[in-house]
Write a protein that binds this ligand. Structure first.
Ligand code: EPU
Length: 444
C-alpha cells in the first residue's frame, strides 16, 4: 500500500489542467453497453475506478481499449453476458450503472449488490423502483439484483428520496428508458451535470431525451442506438479541490479546463470565504488565495447547491478561517470520517449530527493521518499541504480511485509531496512524538 509524505507550508503556484469528470465517465462507459456501434470517448481520466469499469465491461462482452491519443474506445463484441459479478462490483459502487443499459438492451441483467460503504448508508431502492415502473421484473437473489423485461414500457415515475434525487439512479433509469416502448417521464430526476452529460451521449447515439439538466426528463423510446464520439465534461469536483488547495496554501493557481457554470455554488462560497476567482479565456480560471479567509456556513445538497463531494475539502479550508464555521451534509449525513483525522492535525473541529463545527484560524500541524474515502483523502492531503511540518497520509488507494496523478500535478504547482510505500521505515522521523524536529518542538 502507498502513502503520501507531505512537507506542508508551501504556497501552490502555477498552472495545471483539470481532468475529465470521473462521475460522468463511469455511467457513460456503462451506457456503451446500449449500442452495437463503436464509442469513442475523449477526456476519460486514467483512474482506478475507470479501470475497474473497463474490467467490468469486458466481462459483459465489451472490448475496451485506450488509444494512443488517450481516447477510450468501446465496442460490444458479445451480447450474451449479463452478470456483473460481486468481485468487481464490490470494488466500486458505480458498477451499478451497468444495470439500466443491460436491462434496456439485453432484456436481462444480474448485478451484484455492492455492499458496505465508508460514506454512509447507500441503498439502491430508487434505481429499482424506477426500473420496476418501466415494467421490469426485479428480484434480489443470492446478493444479486436480477432484472428481466421483454420490452420495457414508457411510464411516469418519480425518483425523489429522503435525501433528494439519485445521481446514478437517474442514469440507470434514463439509460433503460431510452429503449422503452412509448414515452417515459421522470420526475425528481437528478440535475447534476454528470447526468446531463450521459443524456447528451445517449442523444448523440440516437436517443430522444429532453429536459436534461432539469428535474423533469421526457424520454421517447427508440429501437436501437448507433455508435458515437463524445467528450466528457471537466471534473467540477477536482476543480473545486484544486481551488481549495490554492486557497489553503495561500497560493495563486491557474486551472485549465474548468466549467465554472457547473460550480456556481462552490465559486460563490469560495468568494464569500475570501478566495478571489477570475475567469480567463478558453475555460481557464485564476485563483488567488492570498487574502484573508473568512468563516462560513456551507450546506451540501443536490445540484445546483454545494456538492457533498466537496464537503470534506471545504471543512479542511475552513479550519484556516478565523472564527466559527458550520459545514452540513444533507446528501450523505454520515460522511464525516475526516473530522477526527483533521483533529489529529490540530484542527478545532467536531461533528454534531450531520454537521462539522469548526473553530478555525489555528495553524495545522503535520501528523500521520488515515484516509477513509476518496474525498476525505483529498481533504487530508489539502490539510497536509497547509500544515506546519511533515505529514503522512495513509490509505491513498481511496484517492487513486478519483484523482489522476494527483501528487504529480500538485508537485507541478510547487507542493512537496512524495508517494512512498507505507512502511514504518518511510515514516519521517519528525513524526515521532518526541522527535527534536517534531512540529510541536519547533513551536516550543
Ligand atoms: N439514495 C437512496 N436510494 C437510492 C439511491 C440513493 O436513498 O436508491 C440516497 C443516498 O443514500 C444518498 C442520496 O440518495 O443519501 C444521494 O445518493 P445518489 O444516489 O445520488 O449517489 P450515487 O449516485 O450513489 C453519486 C456519485 C457520488 C456522489 C453522489 C452525490 C457517482 C459514481 N457517484 O453517487 O460520488 O457523492 O452521487 O452527488 O456518480 C465520489 O465521487 O466520491 C462520490 C461518492
Amino acid at each position: 500500500m502507498d502513502m503520501f509524505v507531505v512537507q506542508g507550508g508551501r504556497p501552490l503556484r502555477g498552472r495545471v489542467a483539470v481532468s475529465g469528470a470521473k462521475n460522468a465517465a463511469l455511467p457513460i462507459m456503462a451506457a456503451a453497453l446500449a449500442t452495437d456501434g463503436p464509442t469513442t470517448l475523449h477526456g476519460v481520466p486514467d483512474l482506478v475506478d475507470v479501470r475497474t469499469m473497463a474490467a467490468l465491461l469486458q466481462t459483459l462482452g465489451v472490448a475496451v481499449e485506450r488509444a494512443e491519443d488517450g481516447s477510450l474506445q468501446l465496442e460490444v463484441v458479445d451480447k450474451r453476458p449479463a452478470i456483473a459479478e460481486y468481485e468487481l462490483v464490490r470494488r466500486m459502487r458505480a458498477s451499478v450503472c451497468v444495470l439500466g443499459p443491460l436491462l434496456g438492451r439485453r432484456g436481462r441483467a444480474a448485478v451484484s449488490l455492492p455492499g458496505g460503504c465508508n460514506i454512509g448508508h447507500r441503498p439502491i431502492d430508487l434505481h429499482l423502483r424506477g426500473l420496476e415502473a418501466l415494467g421490469a421484473d426485479i428480484r434480489i437473489e443470492r446478493g444479486y439484483v436480477v432484472a428481466r423485461a421483454n420490452r420495457l414500457k414508457g411510464a411516469s415515475l418519480y425518483l425523489g428520496g429522503a435525501c433528494g434525487s439519485t445521481v446514478t439512479g437517474t442514469c440507470n433509469v434514463m439509460a433503460a428508458a431510452v429503449f422503452a416502448k412509448g414515452t417515459t417521464t421522470i420526475e425528481a430526476a437528478a440535475c447534476e451535470p454528470e447526468v446531463e452529460d450521459l443524456g447528451r451521449y445517449l442523444n448523440a447515439m440516437g436517443a430522444r431525451i429532453s429536459g436534461l439538466g432539469t428535474p423533469t426528463l421526457r424520454i421517447d423510446g427508440v429501437d436501437r442506438l448507433e455508435g458515437t464520439t463524445h467528450t466528457v465534461i471537466p471534473d467540477r469536483i477536482e476543480a473545486a479541490t484544486l481551488m481549495i488547495a490554492a486557497a489553503m496554501t495561500r497560493g495563486e493557481v491557474t486551472l485549465d479546463n474548468v466549467r465554472l457554470d457547473h460550480m456556481t455554488a462552490v465559486v460563490r462560497k469560495l468568494e464569500e470565504i475570501g478566495v478571489k476567482l477570475q475567469p480567463q479565456p478558453e475555460g481557464a480560471v485564476h485563483i488567488d488565495g492570498t487574502g484573508p479567509l473568512r468563516p462560513a456556513d456551507c450546506i451540501a445538497l443536490p445540484y445546483p447547491a454545494i456538492p457533498t463531494d466537496v464537503q470534506a475539502q471545504l471543512t479542511a479550508l475552513l479550519t484556516q478561517a478565523e472564527g466559527i464555521s458550520v459545514v452540513t451534509d444533507k446528501v450523505f449525513p454520515d460522511r464525516f470520517m475526516h473530522v477526527s483525522e483533521m483533529a489529529r492535525m490540530g484542527a478545532r473541529v467536531r461533528r454534531e449530527g450531520q454537521s462539522a463545527i469548526i473553530a478555525g484560524g489555528e495553524p495545522l500541524s503535520g501528523a500521520s493521518v488515515m484516509a477513509s474515502d476518496l474525498r476525505a483523502s483529498a481533504a487530508l492531503v489539502l490539510a497536509a499541504l497547509a500544515a506546519r511540518g511533515e505529514s503522512v497520509v495513509r490509505r491513498i488507494y481511496h484517492l487513486d480511485r478519483g484523482y489522476e496523478r494527483f501528487e504529480e500535478r500538485l508537485r507541478m504547482l510547487g507542493a512537496d509531496i512524495r508517494r512512498v510505500v507505507d512502511t514504518p521505515a518511510n515514516v519521517p522521523a519528525s513524526l515521532h512524538p518526541l522527535s527534536a524536529t517534531a512540529p510541536e518542538s519547533e513551536a516550543a
